[in-house]
Design a protein around this ligand. Structure first.
Ligand SMILES: [Zn+2]
Length: 442
Protein backbone atom coordinates (compact mmCIF):
# COMPACT_ATOMS: atom_id res chain seq x y z
CA UNK A 1 0.00 0.00 0.00
CA UNK A 2 1.29 3.43 -0.92
CA UNK A 3 4.10 2.28 -3.20
CA UNK A 4 4.50 3.46 -6.77
CA UNK A 5 3.74 0.78 -9.32
CA UNK A 6 4.81 1.51 -12.87
CA UNK A 7 3.52 0.15 -16.16
CA UNK A 8 5.00 0.46 -19.60
CA UNK A 9 4.01 -0.51 -23.10
CA UNK A 10 5.28 -0.39 -26.65
CA UNK A 11 2.65 0.75 -29.17
CA UNK A 12 2.20 2.69 -32.40
CA UNK A 13 3.40 6.31 -32.19
CA UNK A 14 0.62 8.87 -31.50
CA UNK A 15 -1.63 6.25 -29.94
CA UNK A 16 -3.62 6.79 -26.75
CA UNK A 17 -2.36 4.16 -24.38
CA UNK A 18 -3.76 3.20 -21.00
CA UNK A 19 -3.88 0.36 -18.56
CA UNK A 20 -6.94 -0.84 -16.69
CA UNK A 21 -6.54 -2.17 -13.16
CA UNK A 22 -9.77 -3.35 -11.61
CA UNK A 23 -12.08 -0.38 -12.12
CA UNK A 24 -9.22 2.14 -12.44
CA UNK A 25 -7.84 3.41 -15.74
CA UNK A 26 -4.31 4.79 -15.77
CA UNK A 27 -3.08 6.68 -18.84
CA UNK A 28 0.42 5.80 -20.09
CA UNK A 29 2.26 8.76 -21.59
CA UNK A 30 4.58 8.70 -24.61
CA UNK A 31 8.21 8.81 -23.45
CA UNK A 32 10.69 10.98 -25.35
CA UNK A 33 13.73 8.78 -24.81
CA UNK A 34 14.73 5.24 -24.07
CA UNK A 35 18.09 4.26 -22.62
CA UNK A 36 19.81 1.04 -23.51
CA UNK A 37 22.20 -0.20 -20.84
CA UNK A 38 25.32 -2.10 -21.90
CA UNK A 39 25.90 -5.71 -20.90
CA UNK A 40 28.30 -6.14 -17.99
CA UNK A 41 30.79 -7.91 -20.27
CA UNK A 42 31.03 -4.68 -22.30
CA UNK A 43 33.46 -3.42 -19.63
CA UNK A 44 36.01 -5.87 -21.08
CA UNK A 45 35.92 -4.20 -24.50
CA UNK A 46 35.48 -0.64 -23.22
CA UNK A 47 32.05 -0.36 -24.87
CA UNK A 48 30.09 0.08 -21.64
CA UNK A 49 28.49 3.49 -22.18
CA UNK A 50 24.77 3.81 -21.64
CA UNK A 51 23.04 4.77 -24.84
CA UNK A 52 20.05 7.17 -24.78
CA UNK A 53 17.99 7.38 -27.93
CA UNK A 54 15.06 9.48 -29.01
CA UNK A 55 12.43 6.98 -29.79
CA UNK A 56 8.71 7.09 -30.25
CA UNK A 57 6.25 4.38 -29.32
CA UNK A 58 7.30 3.83 -25.75
CA UNK A 59 4.66 4.62 -23.08
CA UNK A 60 4.83 4.68 -19.31
CA UNK A 61 2.75 5.57 -16.26
CA UNK A 62 2.97 5.11 -12.49
CA UNK A 63 0.33 4.97 -9.79
CA UNK A 64 0.07 4.63 -6.02
CA UNK A 65 -2.61 2.45 -4.50
CA UNK A 66 -3.97 3.44 -1.11
CA UNK A 67 -5.76 0.24 -0.14
CA UNK A 68 -5.24 -3.47 -0.04
CA UNK A 69 -6.74 -4.96 -3.22
CA UNK A 70 -6.46 -7.73 -5.74
CA UNK A 71 -6.43 -5.87 -9.05
CA UNK A 72 -6.13 -8.96 -11.22
CA UNK A 73 -4.23 -8.88 -14.48
CA UNK A 74 -3.66 -5.42 -16.00
CA UNK A 75 -5.34 -4.84 -19.36
CA UNK A 76 -3.43 -2.58 -21.74
CA UNK A 77 -5.30 -0.64 -24.42
CA UNK A 78 -3.91 1.32 -27.39
CA UNK A 79 -6.24 3.54 -29.41
CA UNK A 80 -5.54 5.21 -32.74
CA UNK A 81 -8.05 6.65 -35.24
CA UNK A 82 -11.05 4.94 -33.61
CA UNK A 83 -9.33 1.59 -33.67
CA UNK A 84 -8.29 0.03 -30.43
CA UNK A 85 -6.46 -3.09 -29.39
CA UNK A 86 -6.17 -4.57 -25.95
CA UNK A 87 -3.71 -6.97 -24.42
CA UNK A 88 -3.66 -8.58 -21.01
CA UNK A 89 -0.48 -8.38 -18.91
CA UNK A 90 1.08 -11.62 -17.69
CA UNK A 91 1.19 -10.97 -13.96
CA UNK A 92 -1.54 -10.44 -11.43
CA UNK A 93 -1.36 -7.35 -9.27
CA UNK A 94 -2.02 -7.58 -5.56
CA UNK A 95 -1.72 -4.60 -3.29
CA UNK A 96 -0.79 -5.90 0.14
CA UNK A 97 -1.05 -4.14 3.45
CA UNK A 98 2.03 -3.72 5.62
CA UNK A 99 0.13 -5.38 8.44
CA UNK A 100 0.34 -9.15 8.75
CA UNK A 101 3.11 -9.48 6.21
CA UNK A 102 4.07 -13.09 5.47
CA UNK A 103 7.26 -14.25 7.22
CA UNK A 104 9.91 -16.42 5.55
CA UNK A 105 13.00 -18.24 6.72
CA UNK A 106 16.12 -18.86 4.60
CA UNK A 107 16.50 -22.62 4.09
CA UNK A 108 19.74 -22.78 2.08
CA UNK A 109 23.24 -22.33 3.58
CA UNK A 110 23.62 -18.98 1.81
CA UNK A 111 20.54 -17.21 0.51
CA UNK A 112 21.51 -15.13 -2.53
CA UNK A 113 20.15 -11.65 -1.82
CA UNK A 114 19.99 -9.20 -4.72
CA UNK A 115 19.19 -5.54 -5.35
CA UNK A 116 16.15 -6.41 -7.49
CA UNK A 117 13.90 -9.22 -8.74
CA UNK A 118 16.21 -11.03 -11.17
CA UNK A 119 19.77 -12.22 -11.71
CA UNK A 120 20.62 -9.01 -13.64
CA UNK A 121 20.52 -7.27 -10.28
CA UNK A 122 23.69 -7.16 -8.17
CA UNK A 123 24.35 -9.45 -5.27
CA UNK A 124 24.11 -8.21 -1.71
CA UNK A 125 25.68 -10.00 1.26
CA UNK A 126 24.31 -13.56 1.28
CA UNK A 127 21.80 -14.28 4.04
CA UNK A 128 22.77 -17.10 6.43
CA UNK A 129 20.48 -20.10 6.79
CA UNK A 130 17.85 -19.41 9.43
CA UNK A 131 17.50 -15.67 8.65
CA UNK A 132 13.91 -14.54 9.08
CA UNK A 133 12.26 -11.57 7.40
CA UNK A 134 8.89 -10.21 6.33
CA UNK A 135 7.94 -10.32 2.67
CA UNK A 136 7.00 -6.84 1.41
CA UNK A 137 6.70 -7.67 -2.28
CA UNK A 138 6.79 -10.37 -4.90
CA UNK A 139 7.62 -10.30 -8.59
CA UNK A 140 7.72 -13.58 -10.50
CA UNK A 141 9.83 -16.05 -8.49
CA UNK A 142 11.39 -13.28 -6.43
CA UNK A 143 10.46 -12.05 -2.97
CA UNK A 144 11.34 -8.63 -1.66
CA UNK A 145 12.26 -8.78 2.01
CA UNK A 146 11.59 -6.04 4.54
CA UNK A 147 15.23 -4.85 4.66
CA UNK A 148 15.24 -4.20 0.89
CA UNK A 149 16.97 -7.29 -0.55
CA UNK A 150 15.30 -9.66 -3.03
CA UNK A 151 15.63 -13.43 -2.92
CA UNK A 152 14.40 -16.42 -4.91
CA UNK A 153 11.29 -17.88 -3.31
CA UNK A 154 12.74 -21.42 -3.50
CA UNK A 155 15.57 -20.43 -1.12
CA UNK A 156 12.98 -19.68 1.56
CA UNK A 157 10.09 -21.31 3.36
CA UNK A 158 6.95 -19.58 4.51
CA UNK A 159 6.35 -19.71 8.26
CA UNK A 160 2.61 -19.86 8.77
CA UNK A 161 1.13 -17.63 11.47
CA UNK A 162 4.46 -16.15 12.58
CA UNK A 163 4.20 -12.44 13.30
CA UNK A 164 7.60 -10.83 13.13
CA UNK A 165 8.59 -7.61 14.85
CA UNK A 166 12.06 -6.10 15.08
CA UNK A 167 14.64 -8.16 16.97
CA UNK A 168 16.44 -7.06 20.11
CA UNK A 169 20.09 -7.64 20.85
CA UNK A 170 21.86 -7.73 24.23
CA UNK A 171 25.53 -7.81 25.26
CA UNK A 172 28.19 -9.27 22.95
CA UNK A 173 30.88 -11.76 23.89
CA UNK A 174 33.79 -13.23 21.99
CA UNK A 175 36.35 -16.01 22.20
CA UNK A 176 39.48 -17.20 20.46
CA UNK A 177 39.21 -20.42 18.54
CA UNK A 178 41.67 -22.11 16.23
CA UNK A 179 43.40 -19.08 14.58
CA UNK A 180 40.26 -16.96 14.62
CA UNK A 181 38.14 -14.73 16.84
CA UNK A 182 34.48 -15.62 17.20
CA UNK A 183 31.95 -12.96 18.18
CA UNK A 184 28.50 -13.96 19.39
CA UNK A 185 25.51 -11.67 18.75
CA UNK A 186 22.57 -12.76 20.95
CA UNK A 187 19.42 -11.86 19.03
CA UNK A 188 15.77 -12.50 19.79
CA UNK A 189 15.44 -13.82 16.23
CA UNK A 190 17.78 -14.19 13.21
CA UNK A 191 17.77 -11.01 11.11
CA UNK A 192 19.08 -10.01 7.65
CA UNK A 193 22.70 -8.83 7.61
CA UNK A 194 25.23 -7.06 5.42
CA UNK A 195 29.05 -7.03 5.46
CA UNK A 196 31.48 -4.40 4.20
CA UNK A 197 35.26 -4.64 4.27
CA UNK A 198 37.30 -1.46 4.32
CA UNK A 199 41.06 -1.01 4.54
CA UNK A 200 41.38 -1.67 8.26
CA UNK A 201 37.74 -2.18 9.15
CA UNK A 202 35.22 -4.98 9.00
CA UNK A 203 31.67 -3.64 9.19
CA UNK A 204 28.67 -5.78 10.01
CA UNK A 205 25.14 -4.36 9.68
CA UNK A 206 22.13 -5.97 11.35
CA UNK A 207 18.74 -4.95 9.95
CA UNK A 208 15.43 -5.05 11.82
CA UNK A 209 17.30 -4.89 15.11
CA UNK A 210 17.04 -2.61 18.13
CA UNK A 211 19.91 -2.52 20.60
CA UNK A 212 19.50 -3.33 24.27
CA UNK A 213 23.28 -3.63 24.62
CA UNK A 214 25.15 -2.47 27.73
CA UNK A 215 28.21 -4.70 27.79
CA UNK A 216 30.64 -6.00 25.21
CA UNK A 217 33.59 -8.30 25.87
CA UNK A 218 36.29 -8.40 23.21
CA UNK A 219 38.78 -11.18 23.84
CA UNK A 220 42.50 -10.35 23.59
CA UNK A 221 43.36 -11.18 19.98
CA UNK A 222 45.85 -10.27 17.24
CA UNK A 223 43.21 -9.04 14.78
CA UNK A 224 40.64 -6.66 16.25
CA UNK A 225 41.89 -3.57 18.05
CA UNK A 226 38.46 -2.27 19.04
CA UNK A 227 34.80 -2.94 18.35
CA UNK A 228 32.46 0.05 18.00
CA UNK A 229 28.74 -0.05 17.39
CA UNK A 230 25.90 2.38 16.85
CA UNK A 231 22.22 2.30 16.08
CA UNK A 232 22.38 4.11 12.72
CA UNK A 233 18.60 4.35 12.40
CA UNK A 234 15.73 3.12 14.57
CA UNK A 235 15.96 -0.44 13.23
CA UNK A 236 19.54 -0.85 11.95
CA UNK A 237 22.74 -1.45 13.92
CA UNK A 238 26.25 -1.13 12.54
CA UNK A 239 29.23 -2.87 14.16
CA UNK A 240 32.69 -1.64 13.18
CA UNK A 241 35.64 -3.91 13.89
CA UNK A 242 38.74 -1.70 13.86
CA UNK A 243 41.58 -3.96 12.82
CA UNK A 244 45.31 -3.91 13.53
CA UNK A 245 46.21 -4.27 9.87
CA UNK A 246 44.79 -3.62 6.43
CA UNK A 247 44.94 -7.16 5.13
CA UNK A 248 41.98 -9.36 6.14
CA UNK A 249 42.16 -13.16 5.95
CA UNK A 250 38.61 -14.42 5.67
CA UNK A 251 35.45 -14.67 7.73
CA UNK A 252 32.28 -16.65 8.12
CA UNK A 253 28.79 -15.92 9.46
CA UNK A 254 26.20 -18.38 10.63
CA UNK A 255 23.16 -18.59 12.84
CA UNK A 256 23.24 -20.99 15.75
CA UNK A 257 19.65 -20.88 16.95
CA UNK A 258 18.98 -17.17 17.15
CA UNK A 259 22.63 -16.28 17.89
CA UNK A 260 24.63 -14.85 15.02
CA UNK A 261 28.21 -16.17 15.10
CA UNK A 262 30.83 -14.13 13.26
CA UNK A 263 34.24 -15.78 12.82
CA UNK A 264 37.10 -13.51 11.79
CA UNK A 265 40.26 -15.38 10.79
CA UNK A 266 43.58 -14.25 12.27
CA UNK A 267 46.48 -13.27 10.03
CA UNK A 268 48.92 -16.11 9.32
CA UNK A 269 52.21 -15.90 11.20
CA UNK A 270 54.84 -13.91 9.39
CA UNK A 271 57.92 -15.84 8.37
CA UNK A 272 60.69 -15.83 5.77
CA UNK A 273 59.13 -18.67 3.84
CA UNK A 274 55.68 -20.15 3.34
CA UNK A 275 56.01 -22.81 6.06
CA UNK A 276 52.61 -23.45 7.60
CA UNK A 277 50.72 -21.59 4.87
CA UNK A 278 48.08 -23.51 2.97
CA UNK A 279 47.37 -22.56 -0.64
CA UNK A 280 44.53 -23.96 -2.69
CA UNK A 281 45.02 -23.79 -6.45
CA UNK A 282 42.00 -24.31 -8.67
CA UNK A 283 42.80 -25.31 -12.25
CA UNK A 284 39.81 -23.91 -14.16
CA UNK A 285 37.46 -26.05 -16.26
CA UNK A 286 38.12 -29.78 -16.89
CA UNK A 287 36.37 -32.81 -18.34
CA UNK A 288 33.64 -31.79 -20.77
CA UNK A 289 34.38 -28.12 -20.14
CA UNK A 290 37.44 -27.30 -22.20
CA UNK A 291 37.45 -23.57 -21.52
CA UNK A 292 39.08 -21.44 -24.21
CA UNK A 293 40.68 -23.22 -27.17
CA UNK A 294 43.90 -22.07 -28.86
CA UNK A 295 44.61 -22.07 -32.61
CA UNK A 296 46.13 -25.58 -32.52
CA UNK A 297 43.20 -27.02 -30.58
CA UNK A 298 45.16 -26.94 -27.30
CA UNK A 299 42.63 -26.36 -24.53
CA UNK A 300 42.54 -24.05 -21.56
CA UNK A 301 41.66 -26.91 -19.20
CA UNK A 302 45.00 -28.57 -20.09
CA UNK A 303 47.21 -25.52 -19.62
CA UNK A 304 45.32 -24.55 -16.43
CA UNK A 305 46.16 -27.94 -14.90
CA UNK A 306 49.72 -27.94 -16.16
CA UNK A 307 50.38 -24.42 -14.81
CA UNK A 308 48.69 -25.19 -11.49
CA UNK A 309 51.02 -28.17 -11.02
CA UNK A 310 54.07 -26.04 -11.86
CA UNK A 311 52.94 -23.30 -9.44
CA UNK A 312 52.35 -26.00 -6.79
CA UNK A 313 55.97 -27.19 -7.16
CA UNK A 314 57.29 -23.64 -6.78
CA UNK A 315 55.14 -22.94 -3.72
CA UNK A 316 56.16 -26.23 -2.11
CA UNK A 317 59.82 -25.31 -2.58
CA UNK A 318 59.04 -22.25 -0.43
CA UNK A 319 57.49 -24.44 2.27
CA UNK A 320 53.77 -24.04 1.53
CA UNK A 321 51.25 -26.86 1.72
CA UNK A 322 49.45 -26.81 -1.62
CA UNK A 323 46.19 -28.45 -2.66
CA UNK A 324 44.61 -28.61 -6.10
CA UNK A 325 40.84 -28.72 -6.62
CA UNK A 326 41.49 -31.22 -9.44
CA UNK A 327 44.65 -33.20 -10.30
CA UNK A 328 43.33 -34.79 -13.49
CA UNK A 329 41.03 -33.96 -16.39
CA UNK A 330 37.68 -34.31 -14.61
CA UNK A 331 34.39 -32.44 -14.58
CA UNK A 332 34.20 -30.31 -11.44
CA UNK A 333 31.30 -27.93 -10.79
CA UNK A 334 31.78 -24.37 -9.58
CA UNK A 335 29.87 -25.06 -6.32
CA UNK A 336 32.16 -28.07 -5.66
CA UNK A 337 35.22 -25.84 -6.08
CA UNK A 338 33.74 -23.21 -3.76
CA UNK A 339 32.92 -25.88 -1.20
CA UNK A 340 36.57 -26.99 -1.21
CA UNK A 341 37.66 -23.43 -0.38
CA UNK A 342 35.13 -23.18 2.44
CA UNK A 343 36.03 -26.59 3.89
CA UNK A 344 39.79 -26.21 3.66
CA UNK A 345 39.93 -22.48 4.51
CA UNK A 346 43.37 -22.07 3.01
CA UNK A 347 45.56 -19.01 3.59
CA UNK A 348 44.87 -18.13 -0.06
CA UNK A 349 42.65 -19.58 -2.78
CA UNK A 350 43.72 -18.97 -6.37
CA UNK A 351 41.83 -20.04 -9.47
CA UNK A 352 44.05 -20.46 -12.55
CA UNK A 353 42.67 -19.64 -16.00
CA UNK A 354 43.64 -18.47 -19.47
CA UNK A 355 41.48 -15.97 -21.25
CA UNK A 356 39.31 -16.06 -24.33
CA UNK A 357 38.49 -13.15 -26.57
CA UNK A 358 35.46 -11.21 -25.30
CA UNK A 359 32.58 -10.60 -27.71
CA UNK A 360 33.53 -7.75 -30.08
CA UNK A 361 37.19 -8.27 -29.10
CA UNK A 362 40.24 -7.93 -31.32
CA UNK A 363 42.42 -11.10 -31.31
CA UNK A 364 45.69 -9.36 -32.14
CA UNK A 365 45.40 -6.55 -29.61
CA UNK A 366 43.56 -8.22 -26.75
CA UNK A 367 46.23 -9.67 -24.53
CA UNK A 368 47.89 -9.77 -21.17
CA UNK A 369 47.69 -10.77 -17.55
CA UNK A 370 44.26 -10.21 -16.01
CA UNK A 371 43.44 -10.62 -12.31
CA UNK A 372 39.96 -10.65 -10.81
CA UNK A 373 38.84 -10.04 -7.23
CA UNK A 374 35.52 -9.45 -5.49
CA UNK A 375 36.07 -8.96 -1.76
CA UNK A 376 38.49 -6.20 -0.71
CA UNK A 377 40.55 -8.78 1.20
CA UNK A 378 41.73 -10.13 -2.19
CA UNK A 379 42.42 -6.76 -3.85
CA UNK A 380 45.97 -5.99 -2.72
CA UNK A 381 47.25 -9.44 -3.66
CA UNK A 382 45.58 -9.09 -7.08
CA UNK A 383 47.34 -5.79 -7.74
CA UNK A 384 50.63 -7.16 -6.43
CA UNK A 385 50.51 -10.26 -8.64
CA UNK A 386 49.48 -8.25 -11.68
CA UNK A 387 52.31 -5.75 -11.21
CA UNK A 388 54.87 -8.42 -10.39
CA UNK A 389 54.07 -10.58 -13.41
CA UNK A 390 53.77 -7.75 -15.91
CA UNK A 391 56.98 -6.02 -14.74
CA UNK A 392 59.22 -8.99 -14.04
CA UNK A 393 58.20 -11.07 -17.02
CA UNK A 394 57.55 -8.11 -19.27
CA UNK A 395 54.11 -9.49 -20.06
CA UNK A 396 51.35 -7.23 -21.39
CA UNK A 397 48.70 -6.09 -18.93
CA UNK A 398 45.02 -6.84 -19.39
CA UNK A 399 44.36 -5.34 -15.99
CA UNK A 400 42.93 -5.83 -12.51
CA UNK A 401 39.14 -6.12 -12.34
CA UNK A 402 36.54 -6.20 -9.59
CA UNK A 403 34.39 -9.04 -10.84
CA UNK A 404 31.47 -11.05 -9.59
CA UNK A 405 32.62 -14.63 -10.30
CA UNK A 406 31.93 -17.92 -8.52
CA UNK A 407 35.63 -18.31 -7.67
CA UNK A 408 36.17 -14.71 -6.54
CA UNK A 409 33.07 -14.62 -4.30
CA UNK A 410 34.21 -16.99 -1.54
CA UNK A 411 35.09 -15.00 1.59
CA UNK A 412 36.26 -17.67 4.03
CA UNK A 413 39.74 -17.08 2.48
CA UNK A 414 41.12 -14.32 0.26
CA UNK A 415 40.12 -15.70 -3.15
CA UNK A 416 41.15 -14.45 -6.56
CA UNK A 417 41.18 -15.57 -10.16
CA UNK A 418 44.10 -15.34 -12.56
CA UNK A 419 43.79 -15.06 -16.33
CA UNK A 420 47.40 -15.67 -17.28
CA UNK A 421 47.12 -14.69 -20.95
CA UNK A 422 44.89 -15.06 -24.01
CA UNK A 423 44.58 -18.36 -25.85
CA UNK A 424 43.39 -16.24 -28.81
CA UNK A 425 46.48 -14.02 -29.01
CA UNK A 426 49.20 -15.46 -31.30
CA UNK A 427 52.13 -14.08 -29.24
CA UNK A 428 50.67 -15.23 -25.93
CA UNK A 429 49.77 -18.62 -27.33
CA UNK A 430 53.47 -19.17 -28.07
CA UNK A 431 54.27 -18.52 -24.40
CA UNK A 432 51.38 -20.72 -23.33
CA UNK A 433 52.81 -23.71 -25.22
CA UNK A 434 56.50 -23.04 -24.46
CA UNK A 435 57.93 -25.18 -21.64
CA UNK A 436 60.50 -22.57 -20.63
CA UNK A 437 57.95 -19.73 -20.55
CA UNK A 438 55.56 -21.88 -18.49
CA UNK A 439 58.27 -22.53 -15.85
CA UNK A 440 59.21 -18.88 -15.74
CA UNK A 441 55.62 -17.79 -15.25
CA UNK A 442 55.10 -20.37 -12.49
ZN1 LIG B 1 38.66 -20.12 -17.95
Amino acid sequence: VGEWICFSAIATPQAQVSVQLGDKILPLLPQPQTTKLPSNAAVLTNLNQADSQDKTGYYRGCQQFKQEANLGKPIFTAQLNNRSITQQGQGEINIISDQNLPVIEIIVPEGVARTGPGSDYSRLTPLPQGTKARVTGKEGDWLRLDYGGWILERETRLIANEVLDNANIRGLSSRSINQATEIIFPLSHPVPIAVAQEDDKFILTLYNTIAQTDTIFLVDNPLVRRLDWRQINPTTIEYTFNLNQKQQWGYSLRYQGTNLILTLRHPPEKSDNLQGKVILLDPGHGGKETGAVGPTGYTEKEINLLMSKLIKQELEKLGATVYLTRETDIDLSLPARVEMINNLQPTLAISVHYNALPDDGDALNTQGIGIFWYHPQAADLSVFLHDYLTKNLNRPSYGVFWNNLALTRPYSSPSLLLELGFMSNPQEFEWITDTQAQKQLA
